[in-house]
Design a protein around this ligand. Structure first.
Ligand code: NDP
Ligand code: X2W
Length: 354
């Protein structure tokens, strides 16, 4: 069996990571990669790292180029995705959207945080949430729909929400947490996309770390939705001089009644049990903390756990590669599930050890 795939926005950072993964995938057959600004250019002219792995050239965006695809990955900015999704679904093509356009279930919340009108709010309910470790049943439903002849729409989770929610979910779902959850997260510069800005230009980003979007970042409602904690997330992202990686430190106040007497050993066992069947999540031994360098280039999420000195706060730290588990790898993981393949197909590479 081969599944014909296309990538829209393939010249961007998330898009080219999809090219890297899909050219090695045993079942997806990458046939179309689109970019308006680079139409006609071989992929390897822009990204020589892929020499010997693909002969594809970028094609202009448009439904015609994608018509033969079974699956299309949208690696385009938000708003650009929702202008394409309805037509792709109508053409019978399953869509894996890396943008934020179909992540928030409430169109009003989307419109408030993204300051733009949602043009297909009727699809928000249909969209499966693309974070397999926490929303497996959504993806199983989408797989069933696809099998019955209805194309799937998967709204892949954002990069910071993925790292943060994987760190927090076992404690939150076990009702160990009360009050406000504070998140400090650090991202590499590829998280901001390919176009250099005054924040991401080498000369400003190198040798410097800064907080941004303080109190206002659009991933706040997404994390609240995933964890079911409306109004209880304070999220501060930081930009660090790395290419790839997110490190998210999550401070979870423990509920006096439920968490009373919980030791770090109890909580560690809870996390290990929660992720026992999830091969991409590794809960590190007590005393170890994750680092972005240990997951770069892989679809892994490493989680470290500690209690505050007073014992009333769980500190959960996670590391992912923003381009892989935070974007392209996660999208392929979702596509594997939707097309009935083992979820790790094409994603088993380890990170670079050094
Ligand atoms: N970078 C990351 O770590 C993550 C990114 N994402 C999401 O993935 C998407 C892509 O992000 P990223 O790769 O970083 O961004 P980039 O800016 O690197 O790339 C975006 C690509 O989208 C294309 N594009 C821009 N506007 C349109 C349009 N109107 N229609 C079609 N294509 C368009 C551009 O293509 P062209 O070549 O035609 O100019 C460009 O190559 C975004 O939605 C982002 O939020 C999600 C998780 C993490
Ligand atoms: C460092 C940086 O700028 N990161 C981006 C988030 C990455 C991204 O592309 O957002 P999604 O995960 O929602 O798609 C930001 O803060 O907006």
């Amino acid at each position: 069996m081969s599944i014909k795939a296309g990538i829209v926005g393939a010249a961007g950072f998330a898009g080219i990571e999809l090219v890297r993964i899909l050219t090695e995938h045993p079942t997806f057959e990458l046939n179309v990669v689109t970019s308006d600004s680079l139409a006609g250019t071989p992929v390897t002219d822009l990204y020589p790292a892929l020499l010997g792995h693909t002969d594809l050239a970028f094609e202009p965006h448009g439904l015609d180029a994608l018509a033969e695809c079974d699956a299309v990955f949208l690696a385009v900015p938000h708003t650009a995705a929702m202008s394409q999704v309805p037509a792709l679904l109508e053409a019978g093509i399953s869509v894996f959207d890396l943008s934020a356009d179909y992540r928030l279930k409430d169109a009003d919340v989307y419109e408030r945080w993204y300051a733009t009108r949602h043009t297909s709010p009727g699809l928000l309910e249909k969209a499966a949430f693309g974070l397999p470790e926490l929303f497996a049943s959504d993806l199983v439903r989408a797989a069933g729909e696809r099998k019955a002849g209805h194309p799937a729409l998967v709204a892949c989770a954002g990069c910071y929400p993925t790292a943060t929610s994987l760190a927090a979910a076992p404690a939150v779902r076990a009702r160990l947490v009360s009050g406000t959850v504070i998140v400090d997260a650090v991202s590499g510069v590829t998280g901001a996309g390919k176009k250099a800005t005054e924040r991401t230009h080498f000369c400003f980003a190198n040798e410097s770390v800064e907080a941004y979007g303080v109190g206002t970042h659009r991933h706040t409602p997404e994390i609240e939705q995933i964890l079911g904690l409306p109004g209880r997330i304070v999220f501060t992202p930081h930009l660090a001089p790395l290419n790839r990686g997110i490190l998210s430190t999550v401070y979870l106040p423990l509920d006096a009644e439920h968490a009373k007497g919980s030791s770090i050993e109890d909580i560690h066992a809870l996390y290990e049990g929660f992720y026992a069947d999830d091969g991409f999540v590794q809960v590190l031994p007590i005393g170890s903390m994750p680092k972005t360098g240990s997951v770069a280039g892989s679809n892994s999420c490493h989680i470290g756990l500690a209690l505050s000195q007073a014992g009333d706060m769980l500190i959960a730290v996670s590391a992912i590669d923003n381009l892989c588990k935070g974007a392209a790898g996660q999208a392929v993981q979702c596509a594997n599930i939707v097309f009935g393949l083992p979820e790790a197909t094409g994603l088993s590479a380890s990170a670079l050890p050094v």
